[in-house]
Design a protein around this ligand. Structure first.
Ligand code: ADP
Ligand code: MG
Length: 638
């Protein structure tokens, strides 16, 4: 032994922080091991670097490693590394004080923090690192020798305000941290850290990709019953994302993907990137080939894992991936974050937001490339994730342009093949100034809806949109590439005006309006319970009537969706449009002229309205009454 034992006090702030670490903050006590292994890993990195840059330093770097040692007799767990080590001054400086700037103000804020959650989110900005050992240990002993120094340092503390320190001679280079474990106490979140399986589990969960081997001696019983020791490496060390792209095979990517996603299929797309500069990170992202069954369940969160320098920090890091890309799996390893960073802090971190923007761009770019390169494969992928991607049109204002390019939709142009908006625009007719679409519950309902008639007659292409989310994004997006998006069930449609007819459409229209001058206001009054007004239509060719909304009205389908989600919705009254060339409408008009007081007229009006509602897939308020009226007025040939 060298000098005598000295007893020193922790710096005031350190003392406070220690008390907080011991008594409250972390509900997850397991992370102490992650912190200590991360320190050991840093120390190994530093030693290797120093051996390369300082030629006079004589150290052995042939077997850099971390060893975990469980001793049930003394109830201790030791974490040992043969890394850079610390000098006596280092120990006092690094362990005895919190040198980090801003700690004092952090502590002030912590005193004001209302609850444990607020405290935890604050502390996320600062590492508590080494001190987390005191969550699970009532005494911590550190033995360390700095590479290049002849003697080492022994340090011990119970975390209660003082520590003891002494110079010692016979230590190997590196550091060992021995924890005198508190008794296991499940109520306090204290697991049995003397249990080999528990240590294995924590290492696997948090430190699997640490680049140095983490070894543990384990006791096995031979066939003849004699105990023997073997040394196991607990971590896989395979952090694919940290290797250059050119050195990773497709098979390795696929294997890694399957491991983190629990998917049995290979991914559709792999994105591997590295950002250098002020905020360094690596990202390895995968677009699965098939949507998980719970893609649309409320609990599903974005699936990217966050690592800091190969230490696992959290699953489902929603700060890194927007909700509509929740199907993307993978890993982001950011180098300059604290291990204790919290979700709340991540959400507000400017650099993290920058990372997220970049990742979104990469993912959408990969989809775009697939769309251009392999349309068939893209269509399959869109069938899996299109519904989620369309949510981006509502959530992610920055990406609307790309997302609109990615949209793939069924169309009247080719019932077998979906189209992109860009392809649609390429087929637009002369004089057509809008992209037409119709939303509805099913494809058949949309295709057979009376609203489609005039568009079919004019051979204008109409997009068939049947996902619930279509109701919402089409409501919010005004245009694509300068072309208005227009529902065929909304607003006035005047395809006549633009047609190069040989007749005089204007004059003919005026005459019709005159013919119907009496019927329309009468119908508006008669049906006022259901509709706002009645007018003549130019969108119908065969049906008698249809119901249309104003340009900015919600569709009945959307109304229904909001109601299903429990929202109070006023019923929006729409407009009934009549086809003046239809025999029933013509007959109604002349009957109204000759016997305006006949009660049968109002019943026929109700039938016209009800049929129009049924034709678009709507639901009658009183189906029994409708059926009775219908049978009453049917001619009876039998
Ligand atoms: P952080 O790792 O965020 O710096 P810690 O409290 O975990 O905070 O550690 C404080 C410092 O103590 C480290 O930065 C490092 O310099 C030193 N240290 C801790 N553990 C070791 C170790 N095993 N080997 C060498 N130095 C260590
Ligand atoms: Mg640390």
């Amino acid at each position: 032994m060298g000098s005598s034992v000295e007893t020193l006090e922790f710096q005031a702030e350190s003392r406070q922080l220690l008390q907080m670490v011991i008594h409250s903050i972390y509900s997850n006590k397991d992370i102490f091991l992650r912190e200590l292994i991360s320190n050991a890993s840093d120390a190994l990195d530093k030693l290797r670097l120093e051996s390369l840059t300082e030629s006079e330093l004589e150290v052995d770097i042939s077997d850099l490693h971390i060893v975990l040692d469980i001793d049930k007799d003394t109830r201790t767990l030791t974490i040992r590394d043969n890394g850079i080590g610390m000098s006596r001054d280092d120990v006092v400086e690094l362990i005895g004080t919190i040198a980090k700037s801003g700690t004092a103000s952090l502590l002030d804020k912590l005193k004001d923090a209302k609850d444990a959650a607020a405290a935890q989110s604050l502390i996320g900005q600062f590492g508590v690192g080494f001190y987390s050992a005191f969550m699970v240990a009532d005494k911590v002993t550190l033995r360390t020798r700095r590479a290049g120094n002849s003697s080492g340092t022994w340090w011990e503390s119970d975390g209660e305000g003082t520590y003891q320190i002494q110079e010692v001679d016979d230590l190997p280079v590196g550091t060992s941290v021995t924890l005198n474990l508190k008794p296991a106490d499940s109520e306090d979140g204290l697991a049995d850290y003397l249990a080999e399986w528990k240590i294995r589990q924590i290492v696997k969960q948090y430190s699997d990709f640490i680049r140095w081997p983490i070894r543990m001696a384990t006791e096995r019983t031979d066939a003849d019953g004699a105990p023997s020791h073997t040394v196991d490496t607990l971590n896989s060390m395979k952090a694919l994302w940290a290797r250059p792209r050119s050195e990773v095979s497709d098979a390795e990517y696929t294997e890694f993907y399957k491991q983190i996603s629990h998917d049995w299929l290979a991914p559709a797309e792999t994105i591997h990137m590295r950002a250098e500069g002020t905020f360094e990170y690596e990202a390895l992202l995968f677009i699965p080939a098939q949507a998980p069954f719970d893609l649309f369940s409320r609990e599903t969160r974005p699936g990217v894992q966050l690592y800091v320098k190969r230490v696992f920090i959290m699953d489902d890091c929603d700060a890194l991936m927007p909700n509509y890309l929740r199907f993307v799996k993978g890993v982001v390893d950011a180098h300059d974050l604290s291990l204790n960073i919290s979700r709340e802090i991540l959400q507000h971190d400017r650099q993290i937001r920058g990372v997220r923007r970049r990742l979104v761009k990469k993912v959408l770019g990969a989809l775009k490339a697939m769309q251009a390169g392999d349309a068939e494969r893209y269509t399959e992928l869109w069938a899996q994730f299109g519904r989620a991607l369309k949510e981006g049109l509502i959530e992610d204002g920055d990406s609307i342009d790309v997302l609109l390019e990615l949209v793939s939709a069924a169309s009247t142009h080719d019932p077998e093949k979906p189209t992109t908006l860009r392809e649609y625009v390429g087929r637009m007719k002369d004089g057509q100034d809008a992209i037409y679409y119709l939303t509805g519950e099913t494809r058949a309902m949309v295709e057979n809806s009376p609203h489609m008639e005039a568009f079919a007659a004019k051979e204008y292409e109409v997009l068939i949109l049947t996902d619930p989310v279509d109701e919402i994004w089409t409501d919010q997006i005004e245009a694509f590439d300068g072309h208005r998006l227009q529902s065929v069930a909304k607003g006035q449609v005047d395809l006549d005006e633009r047609a190069d007819d040989d007749q005089e459409p204007g004059a003919e229209k005026a005459k019709r309006e005159q013919d119907y001058a009496a019927l329309l206001p009468w119908l508006t009054t008669t049906l006022s319970e259901h509709i706002k007004q009645v007018r003549l239509s130019s969108r119908l060719t065969t049906s008698a009537a249809c119901i249309v909304g104003d340009a900015h009205d919600m569709t009945p389908n959307l109304e229904k969706m909001y109601r299903a989600m429990g929202q109070q919705m006023p019923t929006i009254k729409r407009t009934l449009e009549l086809n003046p060339t239809h025999p029933l409408i013509a007959a109604l008009r002349s009957a109204h002229e000759t016997k305006p007081d006949d009660p049968a007229l109002a019943e026929i009006a109700e039938l016209v309205y009800g049929s129009a509602l049924l034709a678009e897939g709507g639901e009658l308020l009183d189906p029994a009454r409708f059926t009775r009226l219908l049978t009453d007025h049917l001619p009876h040939p039998l």
